[in-house]
Design a protein around this ligand. Structure first.
Ligand SMILES: Nc1ncnc2c1ncn2[C@@H]1O[C@H](COP(=O)(O)OP(=O)(O)OP(=O)(O)O)[C@@H](O)[C@H]1O
Ligand SMILES: [Mg+2]
Length: 261
């Protein structure tokens, strides 16, 4: 079963900028896929198209092999955009986290239970009663992610989920994404950061600056192809460059450390 299947997506902004130029993406149920590309490649635009937040000029997006109506799957699909203001607009962070599930008629006690659990996991405990605009950038990022997770989606589309997030919280976010993936949640993560990709994805769609997908493959295939990445103004992760001449190159520092033991 597919979680989301997009064909022939094309989108130009009102000023004429062609941001997404004929992109196909298929993500199966339970997969972890990265949309990797340089700044301006169209990743955020593509993610918004996949999430049904923006209507494509051409092409279709089908959810769960069932429907092309994004509104019909609002309870199953969550999108974290790059702008925290899309999620944080209530008087307090707690109300922001409650907003999505409340819209879906989740009972109050269940909403509270989700908020407590997410606040605990994403280090938001002391921040729930604050106005969201008084949070730091990284805190806003975590609060926005918590808000996207509070609806407990089957398909989670995340635009740079750990940009601006410190090391400890980054690990907390990534551990939470690992758990969601283990529970069967489908994850699509956009990022320009090749270092992040092995932590969040098994498969990669590589976008070039012109808003097209230039390659698709396993995380290993894409991240070890230095020429392919260079053509998109990207570089392999540092550890891949360090061990480039070895067989079975490690993709993360943890993998490298295991091999050095
Ligand atoms: N509101 C807008 N109006 C006009 N052009 C836009 C708008 N938003 C984005 N663009 C343009 O569309 C293209 C794709 O932008 P997009 O934000 O999707 O890129 P991205 O891959 O997410 O980049 P980044 O890594 O910097 O987040 C860029 O050329 C950008 O300048
Ligand atoms: Mg972006």
């Amino acid at each position: 079963m597919t979680a989301v299947e997009a064909t022939g997506l094309r989108y130009a902004y009102p000023d004429g900028t062609l941001a997404v130029d004929g992109i196909d993406v298929t993500v199966d149920d339970g997969e972890r896929v990265a949309l990797l590309g340089p700044n301006g490649a169209g990743k955020s635009t593509l993610l918004q198209l996949l999430g049904g937040l923006v209507e494509p000029d051409d092409g279709t997006v089908r959810y769960f092999g069932e429907t092309t109506d994004a509104d019909a799957v609002r309870d199953r699909v969550s999108v974290l955009t790059q702008d925290p203001a899309d999620y944080l607009f209530n008087p307090t962070v707690r109300e922001d986290l409650a907003y999505g599930p409340a819209q879906l008629d989740v009972p109050r006690e269940e909403v509270d239970r989700r908020i407590e659990r997410l606040a605990d996991r994403l280090d938001l405990d002391g921040l729930l009663s604050k106005p969201p605009f008084r949070l730091s950038g990284g805190e806003q990022r975590r609060a926005a992610l918590a808000s996207a997770l509070a609806v407990e989606p089957d398909l989670l589309l995340l635009d740079e989920p750990v940009s601006n997030v410190d090391a400890a919280n980054r690990e907390a976010v990534l551990a939470l994404l690992d758990e969601l993936a283990a529970e069967g949640v489908t994850l699509v993560v956009s990022t320009p950061d090749t270092e992040l990709v092995p932590r969040v994805a098994d498969r990669v769609s590589l976008l070039a600056a012109d808003g097209t997908v230039v390659a698709e493959g396993s995380t290993r295939e894409v991240l070890t192809d230095a020429d392919l990445l260079r053509a998109c103004d990207l570089r392999p992760p540092q550890v891949v460059r360090l061990f480039a001449d070895r067989e079975d190159v490690p993709l993360t520092v943890d993998e490298a450390a295991e091999r050095l033991d």
